[in-house]
Ligand binder design. Structure first.
Ligand SMILES: C[S@@+](CC[C@H](N)C(=O)[O-])C[C@H]1O[C@@H](n2cnc3c(N)ncnc32)[C@H](O)[C@@H]1O
Length: 258
């Protein structure tokens, strides 16, 4: 890393270990931001961050890239819905689901909507985590704008959202089905016993080694028969080596189960 002082600041203040992120991309983002502040060098920049809480928060936003939306790559979510349907059986207990790196909550709420559609009134266990504590506060509020909900069908929109002015509020019924927690995919322990893990549009920022470690931990965290759903540019080429079988282009299954 070319900026050890910034790296140390980010680890100490945000708990984020930048060494595991792809460096070229990260350095470009970091330099863009630093230049805009007018800082002379990294020492100057870290000084500015330490004195200005707002700037420090903006920097965290810039680093973590929180872009998301409901039903992101809609056709893939429809495919996922079919796969979940196949997993469900009438006597089966509730499913344990994890939206890892959930950003503003659009992804875990999408999963809660899908589960409500498939099994009305059944309470599944949906965990949603992200490294960015600020974005988790926003996710708990569940307030969205038009762009976030552009892939939501009008019947789902009227059932699961309340519109006020130009904002869309996720219904309390859906909101209470998701539990938000801070979790770092690189540094923290993983829970286990998941039927479904959704992890999309975050491993693209990690080095190949880090990405591979994360996929190994997801494998261990899944139940036999459990599914891993990844982003639309994130096919796992070595899925066999990791122990997975392919359920479809962006969905992998841990063998076993019934
Ligand atoms: C582009 S968003 C993806 C949101 C959602 N999964 C989607 O596909 O729409 C990436 C998210 O990853 C989070 N993130 C970055 N590094 C992380 C890490 N080490 N552990 C957990 N989350 C991380 C960011 O805070 C951000 O909210």
């Amino acid at each position: 890393m070319e900026y050890p002082k910034i790296e140390a600041y980010v680890l100490k203040n945000f708990g984020i270990n930048l060494t595991a992120y792809k460096s070229k991309q990260l350095i470009r983002r970091l330099e863009n931001f630093m230049q805009r502040t007018g800082a002379k060098d990294e020492h100057d920049f870290v000084n500015m961050l330490s004195k200005d809480e707002q700037l420090s928060k903006k920097f965290l936003d810039h680093l973590t890239i929180n872009v998301t939306e409901f039903f992101r790559n809609k056709e893939l979510f429809l495919d996922l819905e079919k796969k979940i349907k196949d997993m469900l059986n009438p006597d089966k207990n509730t499913l344990k689901i994890w939206s890892a790196a959930c950003s503003t909550g659009a992804e875990p709420y999408t999963l809660a909507i899908i589960m409500d559609r498939l099994t009305p009134n059944k309470k599944h266990n949906i965990l949603a985590t992200d490294i960015d504590f600020k974005i988790l506060e926003q996710a708990k509020q569940g307030i969205y704008n038009k762009n976030d909900i552009k892939n939501v069908d009008s019947n789902l929109l009227s059932k699961y959202f309340i519109q006020k002015d130009d904002k869309y509020y996720i219904s309390d019924e859906i909101k209470k089905r998701v539990e938000f927690k801070r979790h770092d995919l690189i540094l923290d322990r993983y829970e286990s016993g998941f039927d479904l893990i959704v992890c999309r549009n975050v491993v693209i920022y990690f080095t190949p080694e880090t990405k591979n470690e994360i996929y190994k931990k997801f494998y261990a965290a899944l139940k036999p028969g459990g599914l891993l759903f990844v982003g639309a540019t994130e096919s796992i080429y070595n899925y066999r080596e990791l122990g997975f079988e392919k359920a479809s282009t962006f969905i992998y299954r841990k063998p076993g189960g019934n």
